[in-house]
Design a protein around this ligand. Structure first.
Ligand code: TPP
Ligand code: MG
Length: 299
């Protein structure tokens, strides 16, 4: 242990993630937070594909592959199984999925598990598109981002809708909710540890930059996450019992343009579109500041 963080590695190197993959780093931190006595349910997506090329695996913990939409269903079954085996209190249970597997196709499984009161921590690695199958837009893709199913061209300037607000949707289920970013490893570990102290489903959404999907150099993933934080694209907060707390605020804020201009998925943006994105960020930030200061129940 160093600073209360285990020096053991539960996610082995040598896997097949792209150089600079944000998700590969994030999962390493998540597992350090969860510890040795952990069981993992992992949906189809980049993580499952790059970590388990048969006959090899990066997982040094019990791990099972779920279908694209069933990370929460499998975790629900494991939760019940552990109760039957009288091992529930000794084991941390994780369900891991991408944003597509969470915001879109796996949403009903996650919502159902939360409503039934299963106990596990659900981590969504948010890289803002279906990356494993070739960068298709998801409910997490930001407005105006160019993807293969929302290509910027003459007809549209990238995705035509804003993102779905998953943390608030999960807060409305009564869950412990946290947002995190791969730029802040200690914060990820802390929030994962804390999530297991809560009953029911906990939901943690981790901002995980993607080199090929976003179009930036592979040494800049952490820089992307830092810029997103400073531009208030990725506010870091917790929601406990319906009360929201900003866990970290940027000491030096930057305009969103400074973040957008670093990635080819936004290279087509016009000034009025950047202005619209900035207004949306400011409106959201004002709302979060208000909730953080007033400490009234938001759900
Ligand atoms: C029912 C079903 N539909 C589609 C697919 C194909 N598929 C596998 S992974 C994936 C995208 C995963 O996206 P996301 O959950 O965001 O994870 P990422 O790869 O971006 O980490 C898709 C469309 C599938 N496996 N099952
Ligand atoms: Mg994704």
């Amino acid at each position: 242990m160093i600073n209360n963080i285990t020096t053991e590695e539960y996610f082995a190197q040598g896997h097949r993630a792209c150089a600079g993959c944000g998700q590969a780093l994030a999962v390493r931190y998540v597992l350090k937070g969860a510890g040795r006595n952990t069981v993992v349910s992992n949906a189809t997506g980049c993580l499952e594909v790059f970590s388990t090329p048969f006959p090899q695996t990066s997982w040094r913990l019990p791990w099972a592959h779920a279908a694209f939409e069933t990370a929460a269903s499998l975790a629900s079954g494991i939760d019940k199984g552990l109760i039957k085996l009288k091992k529930r209190k000794k084991i941390n249970l994780l369900a891991l999925a991408g944003d597509g597997g969470t915001f879109d196709i796996g949403f009903q499984a996650l919502s159902g598990a939360a409503e039934r009161g299963h106990k596990f921590t659900y981590v969504c690695f948010d890289n803002e598109a279906y990356m494993n199958t070739g960068i298709q837009r998801s409910g997490a893709t930001p407005k105006y981002a160019s993807t293969t199913t929302s290509p910027a061209g003459k007809k549209i300037h990238g995705k035509t809708e804003f993102r779905k607000d998953m943390p608030l949707i999960m807060a409305a289920h009564g869950c412990y909710v946290a947002t995190a970013s791969v730029a802040f490893p200690h914060d990820i570990i802390k929030k994962v540890k804390k999530s297991f102290e809560h009953e029911g489903v906990s939901y943690i959404q981790i901002f995980s930059p993607c080199v090929p999907g976003w179009g930036y150099a592979s040494n800049l993933s952490i820089e992307m996450a830092k810029l997103a934080f400073k531009a208030k694209v990725t506010p870091l907060f917790e929601i406990e019992d319906g009360i929201m707390t900003l866990t970290n605020k940027p000491s030096k804020e930057i305009p969103v343009e400074d973040y957008l201009k670093t990635q080819s998925r936004f290279s087509h943006l016009q000034p009025k579109e950047i202005e619209e994105i900035q207004k949306n960020i400011d409106k959201n930030w004002e709302k979060l500041l208000h909730w953080d200061e007033n400490k009234t129940r938001i759900v």
